[in-house]
Design a binder for this molecule. Structure first.
Ligand SMILES: C[S@@+](CC[C@H](N)C(=O)[O-])C[C@H]1O[C@@H](n2cnc3c(N)ncnc32)[C@H](O)[C@@H]1O
Length: 268
């Protein structure tokens, strides 16, 4: 079994394997095995009806294929890729409420190409994909392998029928940005992890444990300004001095919230 080729500066792999639910039959096992080979991670062929006790095997975490889709599982929690808040934002959009802050600030329109440098659980990308539609596209970059992998096998099943294609790459955003041609995306997004959690949602503690907590750097913003045709958007916490450190200013949205945005013009 080959170790997955780690993209430059991506977060190192935890001891992770692919497995199946305890009731999985041969079809599910074959699909999971094939996906494990694609990712280049071990496949743990879990015996039927056997729990995932840690003593039984050496893995700290699993990407598990169940009858109802993929989950990330470890000793204490499990995480599923769901549309989450994106579902509500998309419903509002479809109901004619055009007041989505990200969409408004980005001036998103059908056909746009969006680069989401901090994909996470994909809520922002799902909303962007819905708004830009089939003629547009979204590329998501995610530095954490478990989160990128979970998104890759789940995102198509949760996006709206009229959404653009969403591709997710396991990579460090700075490394990827360096390889992209000038002005190759309309909008480039950054939503780095905040030092303090913004939500107490049950799955969120697991998400925080697996996410990369790298701070955004001025170099990354400059790289993104070269790649963007229209804007670079940066989400930040009102209670941090991150924007000050990056030398960017809040763009007023008419809302007072814990979250604020900076909209930065392209370099060219
Ligand atoms: C706050 S979350 C993004 C949430 C996302 N906007 C959403 O709507 O679900 C930040 C994500 O960016 C990822 N990340 C942090 N630094 C990164 C980097 N340098 N390159 C790629 N991904 C990165 C983290 O692992 C985490 O999953």
């Amino acid at each position: 079994m080959h170790a997955p080729r780690m993209p430059a500066e991506a977060t190192p792999l935890p001891q992770i394997a692919v497995t199946v639910s305890s009731k999985a039959g041969p079809d599910l096992r074959a699909r999971a095995r094939a996906q494990a080979a694609k990712w280049g991670v071990p496949f743990f062929d879990r015996p039927k009806k056997r729990g995932l006790a840690r003593a039984e095997n050496p893995f700290a975490a699993y990407l598990m294929l169940r009858g109802d889709g993929w989950v990330l599982r470890d000793a204490s929690e499990s995480l599923r890729f769901t549309p989450g808040m994106a579902q509500l934002r998309i419903k509002r959009w479809d109901d004619g409420d055009r007041d989505d802050v990200l969409v408004t600030l980005a001036q998103l329109k059908p056909g746009d190409e969006v680069l989401d440098c901090t994909f996470g659980l994909g809520a922002d990308s799902l909303v962007c994909a819905h708004v830009v539609g089939k003629t547009g596209c979204v590329l998501g970059l995610e530095k954490s392998f478990p989160l990128a992998a979970l998104a890759q096998v789940s995102v198509d099943s949760v996006k709206s029928p009229q959404a653009a294609s969403i591709k997710v790459e396991w990579t460090d955003a700075a490394s990827k940005l360096r390889t992209l041609p000038n002005q190759s995306f309309d909008v480039v997004l950054f939503d780095p992890m905040f030092a303090k959690p913004q939500t107490a949602a049950p799955h969120f503690s697991m998400f925080r444990r697996y996410a990369s907590h790298d701070a955004l750097t001025t170099e990354m913003v400059e790289l993104a300004r070269r790649v963007a045709r229209r804007f670079v958007l940066i989400k930040g916490s009102r209670y941090s001095d991150d924007f000050k450190k990056l030398g960017v200013q809040e763009t007023r949205t008419g809302r007072v919230a814990n979250v604020m945005w900076a909209r930065v013009n392209p370099a060219l």
